[in-house]
Design a protein around this ligand. Structure first.
Ligand SMILES: Nc1ncnc2c1ncn2[C@@H]1O[C@H](COP(=O)(O)OP(=O)(O)OP(=O)(O)O)[C@@H](O)[C@H]1O
Length: 446
């Protein structure tokens, strides 16, 4: 029979379930009575479904440590088992809505519970397949993303790659324009030729001409020998010109000639040279506006914009945020950071709510920083630099200021005590139950 693995978190003294019933229904049940054991099992097995028994008296400690046993892959859906009475507790309802796919009230109605678990398994498997799909995309063109917006990008790249014409890519900074240009090149008939990238915005205007088109010996004071330009170096392949809007107006005509006739002259040269390179350009500014303001040649704009690709910003690709975060986490983790197992639920929530002005590049930087900064097993919002800050411009009430200070003190103390709640409580001069209550109030997890 097809076996699905189930992690059952059953604190001691909680009501028993009939293990045989699960096995007959095709579930291989792994029971943990303690969080540490659940954590260990999560590292050894791939559970798609977890069942947690919220026995009265244990739910509080579960709530505080739930982040710890969420497997690093994050593809496990949880179902809570609890009494109808417990459902009246607001904290428990919060726990269920934040962490669980569904709940089941006791006594156990096995057929109904198995249906719920079957659905949870389906949902978790779907999420897992989606991540895997993105990794397949990655193998072919190093781009990760499962969102509909990225699926459109992949489809466009496949089509554009087959047609040997200029491409204009636009999108905000850090959205992956250069990566898309490389993907086009690698899927095109020029894949065996060079891919040469030049950032026109990063070069001083007096150097751009010689950088792009090369120069002859003696063309200017420092031209002690002949130098080939980047366009010449891209012969047989693709030249990618990033920030094309920054190309000085006087050089735009040279590029236009190259696009129209495939010819150019080195600086200081008289000979007309011919090479074959596909031109892909990118911009984060509105080139049409630059044309209407007279800063960019209209004829060049139309020559460059034969095929067009728009890279969506990260905020438009919400489904990709978590996939990318986990991808970069795996990429940048190494043996020295092996103790860090993934992201806390709060960290994932903050990643989703952040506006991402710097797009994927910003995400990469935040993950790299978090891997260095994290002190616990899971990355927190503070590690990512995404802790909620109170706006300095807004007038705050005394109650808000007090709450802010209280939260900061708890976070700092927890960090110093490496997540040890008893030690933190002693340090802050409060009892453990009070600290737990405050942590719940401020959504702090260890
Ligand atoms: N979909 C993606 N999957 C994986 N990595 C990505 C993705 N998009 C961007 N990146 C990574 O993000 C970083 C920024 O991407 P890239 O340089 O291509 O952006 P850009 O739009 O050209 O930025 P800019 O306009 O600032 O030059 C790179 O390290 C790139 O590898």
């Amino acid at each position: 029979m097809y076996v699905r693995k189930l992690l059952y978190l059953q604190p001691e003294n909680s009501s028993q379930v009939y293990q045989d019933a699960f096995e007959t229904a095709g579930w291989e049940i792994h029971i943990a009575t303690e969080i540490s054991h659940a954590q260990q099992l999560c590292e050894e097995h791939k559970f798609r479904v977890g069942l947690m028994n919220l026995t009265p008296g244990t739910e509080k400690s579960l709530e505080q440590s739930i982040d710890k046993f969420i497997p690093p892959s994050g593809h496990t859906e949880w179902v809570a088992l609890l009494s109808a009475e417990q459902m009246r507790d607001e904290a428990i309802r919060h726990l269920i809505t934040s962490y669980c796919y569904d709940y089941h009230t006791l006594p156990v109605d096995y057929p109904r519970l198995f249906t719920t678990m079957g659905h949870a398994y389906g949902m978790a498997s779907m999420a897992y397949q989606q991540t895997n799909q993105s990794i397949q995309e990655l193998e072919t063109n190093q781009m990760v993303g499962v969102s509909p917006a990225m699926q459109r990008v992949y489809r466009s790249i496949r089509k554009i790659a087959n047609v040997d014409m200029p491409v204009l890519i636009n999108g905000k900074s850090g959205t992956g324009k250069e990566l898309a240009a490389l993907a086009i090149h690698e899927r095109s008939m020029r894949a065996n030729g060079p891919f040469v990238a030049v950032n026109c915005g990063a070069l001083p205007s007096e150097l751009i001409q010689s950088e792009l088109f090369g120069h002859e010996k003696g063309a200017f004071t420092n031209a002690i020998k002949q130098k080939l330009g980047q366009i010449e170096l891209a012969a047989g392949g693709t030249i990618f010109l990033d920030e094309i809007g920054d190309l000085p107006f006087n050089l735009q005509v040279n590029l236009l000639r190259f696009l129209q006739e495939g010819t150019f002259k080195r600086v200081g040269g008289t000979q007309e040279l011919t090479i074959d390179a596909r031109v892909i350009t990118a911009t984060h500014v509105d080139l049409e506006k630059a044309v209407s303001e007279g800063r960019f040649r209209e004829d060049l704009y139309y020559r460059l914009n034969v095929l067009h690709l728009r890279m969506p910003s990260l905020a438009e690709r919400e489904n990709d945020i978590e996939v990318l975060a986990k991808y970069f986490f795996d990429k940048f983790s190494d043996q020295t950071t092996a103790r860090i197992k993934g992201f806390s639920q709060e960290a994932l929530r903050r990643l989703h709510h952040h506006a991402w002005p710097g797009n994927v590049r910003e995400l990469i930087n935040r993950i790299r920083r978090a891997i260095v900064m994290a002190e616990g097993r899971l990355i927190t919002p503070v590690d990512l630099g995404l802790e909620r800050r109170l706006s300095s411009r807004r007038v705050i009430t005394l109650a808000e200021a007090r709450a802010h200070a209280e939260k900061e003190a708890i976070l700092r103390s927890l960090r110093q005590a490496k997540g040890n709640v008893s030690q933190t409580a002693t340090q802050l001069g409060v009892s453990r139950p009070t600290l737990y209550r405050l942590m719940e109030k401020y959504s702090i997890s260890t």
